[in-house]
Ligand binder design. Structure first.
Ligand code: HEC
Ligand code: HEC
Ligand code: HEC
Ligand code: HEC
Length: 206
């Protein structure tokens, strides 16, 4: 009885064995070596807007000149933080604000407005703004650290080179953080596949 069962199952067993051996043929001959020691370093982008504002003057290349916060604020007496953007009349007029139900002083220190603060009250320099965002947006910060939110330039594999992470405020204005939606547009027309002159740029150079 047992023997009969074995005879019945033999073709199936043989096929299984073949499949297992056959699999090996699809494997690469050699595996890639694991990444080496992470010798590259990671830097965080520091957008200019954390320490300066655009002026209406232009440099020789037509780019707006920037004025550092300190060049005005070191001369001004520190005023307490306003509670609404409309209270800014001498400068920074037209600031838009739409960020949940936050108060200006949820982020800016009331008596030292160019410095941020954590929920504990601990002061935080402007250049450490990511720590501020992280305390209220844990899931995005977790994803950011894992490389799944926010993007980067450089190398994933730090043994091959350095990488630069974008700052939260590279993409999100802290006052109006909603990421502006984008409208889908027609894809570029690739005529080269049909033996016609290539894309538009070849005509632009005429
Ligand atoms: C060209 C000069 C100038 C520059 C540059 C400037 N500010 Fe101001 N800032 C002002 C003036 C003037 C006011 C007062 C506006 C009012 O109360 O009507 C002000 C007000 C403020 C306030 C409100 C609290 C206070 O002290 O009155 C904050 C916060 C602030 N500035 C932050 C900044 C930051 C951050 C930067 C750089 C990113 C910056 N400012 C750059 C001139 C400047
Ligand atoms: C979520 C945190 C946060 C809140 C809330 C917030 N700010 Fe800011 N603010 C920042 C950061 C970060 C900067 C520097 C970077 C930048 O300007 O984008 C800044 C810069 C500024 C500046 C100077 C540069 C600029 O953008 O014009 C002014 C003025 C200012 N804030 C006023 C206000 C006022 C008024 C409110 C309340 C209506 C407010 N902020 C609420 C984080 C915040
Ligand atoms: C004190 C807590 C707090 C801090 C600090 C804070 N946020 Fe927020 N943020 C909120 C709340 C509350 C909302 C609104 C959530 C809602 O409406 O569902 C929000 C909404 C957002 C949104 C979604 C906006 C939309 O309309 O879809 C983005 C993006 C965002 N925050 C980014 C940031 C960034 C970047 C920073 C750092 C500069 C920051 N937040 C700092 C509390 C905070
Ligand atoms: C490269 C640009 C970029 C950077 C850098 C970036 N984000 Fe975003 N973030 C986005 C985009 C795009 C969306 C909108 C996704 C969507 O609408 O589905 C978004 C959405 C969000 C939202 C709203 C999520 C929701 O469900 O409404 C929050 C909160 C947020 N980001 C926080 C952060 C924080 C905190 C950082 C820094 C640690 C950060 N982001 C860095 C591009 C960025």
């Amino acid at each position: 009885m047992e023997n009969d069962l074995y005879r019945l199952m033999r073709p199936a067993l043989a096929a299984l064995l073949l499949a297992v051996v056959g699999c090996g043929k699809d494997q690469p001959a050699r595996f890639q070596p694991p990444p080496g020691a992470p010798t590259g370093k990671e830097t965080l982008l520091q957008p200019a807007k954390l320490t300066s504002v655009e002026s209406d003057r232009k440099d020789a290349l037509g780019r707006p000149l920037r004025v550092s916060c300190e060049s005005c604020h070191s001369l001004r007496e520190t005023k307490p933080m306003p509670s609404r953007p409309e209270e800014l009349k001498e400068f920074h007029q037209g600031l838009q604000f739409r960020h949940g139900e936050l108060a200006c002083t949820s982020c800016h220190q009331a008596e030292a407005p160019r410095t941020l603060h954590l929920a504990t009250g601990e002061p935080l320099p402007m250049t450490e703004v990511v720590t501020l965002c992280a305390q209220c947006h844990g899931p995005q910060y977790r994803d950011f650290k894992a490389g799944a939110h926010g993007g980067m330039t450089g190398y994933w594999d730090l043994s091959r080179g350095d990488r630069t992470r974008n700052n939260c405020v590279s993409c999100h204005d802290p006052h109006t953080p909603k990421y502006a939606g984008a409208h889908p547009v027609m894809p570029p027309r690739d005529t080269s596949a049909h033996g016609e002159p290539g894309p538009k740029e070849s005509r632009d150079h005429e």
